[in-house]
Ligand binder design. Structure first.
Ligand code: F0G
Length: 452
């Protein structure tokens, strides 16, 4: 670390500006904390030239489609394929990509019956290279880190960001530093960061404590932060929504439902929807709704208890460890896009999450617990008649089933919570069956299973 000095290369840009979400002050460069030097609020990326440039919607849609059959690595990326609405990179060969994006949209017939919403779909971001939606943002932010000449990148994480960052850093020839809460992230995610070569610190604090420490670190060392406070991350994550609209042939669904943790992803999806509407790529806005775990419900409380004026932080606790966050950094950005699209914000219990996860699993798709809040939340939004049975709904599944196998196994064995709540979920459980290695025993098991 002796080569680390505080004289980090400044973050430069070409076709975009940084704008403060608080005072709207626009700048051409950003400090390492990605906050406004005047008022301290978060920065976002804007594209001032869009006002004058007349984007030919039909043409750009054709170009995006056409790039799918190119053999150029940036065209094969489901993120950089949409580079016309992303920050420009001056040297394409510098792009750090693992062919992220290009994720499937699945019909969910089983969950459609359960919820009474026949047109129900999942956009599965768990099908990204490292198994979560983080890769779409990481390709952009890691590319800018590399182009700016950083040797070190760093993040605080509940697991997925660190897995993704470690992979992209390795691909881009950079070193990575991970700060995770000790004992509170899944082994799968931790193992990814280790395998991709990150320096991994398990800190005796929660995610919020890790993020706070990172903010201090980036001011003292030339370490580029890759949390979603970094607005380049959100630009990449926008492409989830763009790709989704393309998959729906530019006829927007009525609702998009997304889990909320640090609230970067909802902010990015909302930004993309608003930009697509502004550019004339979609005729109307879907409603974007955010679902949180009851034990990590900072945004729910902030919107309900003070109309979104000031963040109400919570001491977060949930088995959906990816969203175990009590002080979400991007709460203001998320609150704005919810308001702009007319979306809702709901919370769901641990039992509701576990049940929804099993129901998505039974579709042959699966997801990690944090992603399942979307289905659990949809059930509530249908009960409140916010979502109508004849509307089209897309759930954003943010992480792969294999991200948290302990949760799944404990669920099926019936010891997820270790209390009476496990009993409530009995009908959905499929525990492994230990048997003598005899044909007879297997035949009897098959016959018994047939009866259910
Ligand atoms: N779903 C999964 C699987 C996640 O990993 C996260 C966040 C979220 C949802 C929430 O997204 O923070 O943009 O609102 N994971 C982060 C991490 C915090 O460190 O991996 P968000």
């Amino acid at each position: 670390m002796s080569s680390l000095t505080p004289s980090a290369p400044p973050v430069r840009f070409l076709n975009y500006q940084f704008r403060c979400i608080g005072c709207a002050h626009a700048t051409e460069s950003a400090g390492q904390d990605f906050r406004c030097a005047d008022c301290g609020d978060l920065l976002e990326i804007t594209y001032p030239h869009w006002k004058d440039a007349k984007l030919d919607g039909a043409q750009v849609k054709f170009i995006w489609q056409d790039r799918k059959i190119s053999s150029n690595p940036v065209d094969l990326s489901g993120v950089w394929r949409f580079r016309d609405v992303l920050p420009v990179i001056d040297k394409e060969e510098q792009t750090v990509t693992l062919r992220e994006g290009n994720t499937p949209v699945y019909e969910l017939p089983h969950c459609a019956r359960i919820t009474g919403v026949p047109r129900l779909f999942a956009k599965h971001q768990g099908m990204n290279p490292t198994g979560s939606f983080k890769d779409t943002g990481m390709t952009v932010a890691a590319t800018f880190a590399r182009m700016s000449g950083f040797r070190w990148v760093a993040c605080a994480s509940t697991g997925n960001t660190s897995a993704s960052m470690a992979a992209y850093a390795a691909r881009g020839g950079m070193r990575s530093l991970v700060l995770v809460p000790e004992g509170k992230i899944s082994w799968s995610k931790l193992s990814q960061a280790l395998d991709y070569g990150a320096v991994t610190c398990q800190l005796r604090t929660d995610f919020d404590g890790c993020l706070k420490l990172l903010q201090q670190l980036v001011k003292q060392a030339p370490v580029y932060q890759l949390n979603s406070i970094n607005p380049f991350r959100l630009e990449g994550q926008k492409t989830l929504a763009i790709e989704l609209m393309e998959q729906f042939e530019w006829r927007p669904p009525d609702h998009i439902i997304v889990p909320g943790g640090n609230l970067g992803n909802s902010s990015a999806i909302g930004k993309a929807l608003l930009e697509m509407k502004e550019l004339g790529l979609i005729p109307r806005l879907p409603k974007l709704s955010v679902i949180q775990a009851e034990g990590a419900n900072a945004l729910v409380r902030t919107l309900r208890e003070n109309g979104g004026k000031q963040l109400i932080s919570v001491a977060a606790e949930t088995r959906a460890t990816a969203i175990r966050i009590g002080n979400p950094a991007s709460w203001k950005k998320a609150a704005r896009v919810l308001e702009a699209t007319g979306g809702a914000c709901e919370q769901v219990s641990e039992v509701e999450i576990a049940q929804a996860k099993a129901e998505i699993g039974a579709e042959g798709i699966g997801c990690e617990p944090a992603s399942a809040v979307t289905l659990a939340g949809l059930k509530k939004l249908v009960a409140q008649e916010f979502v109508k049975p004849d509307e089209t709904v897309v759930l954003v599944l943010t992480g792969n089933l294999l991200k948290d196998p302990d949760y799944t196994i404990e669920f099926h064995r019936g010891d997820l919570f270790g209390d009476e709540r496990d009993g409530e979920l009995k009908s959905l459980r499929r525990p492994p069956i230990a048997l003598e290695a005899s044909l007879d025993a297997v035949m009897r098991t098959l016959e018994e299973a047939e009866r259910f």
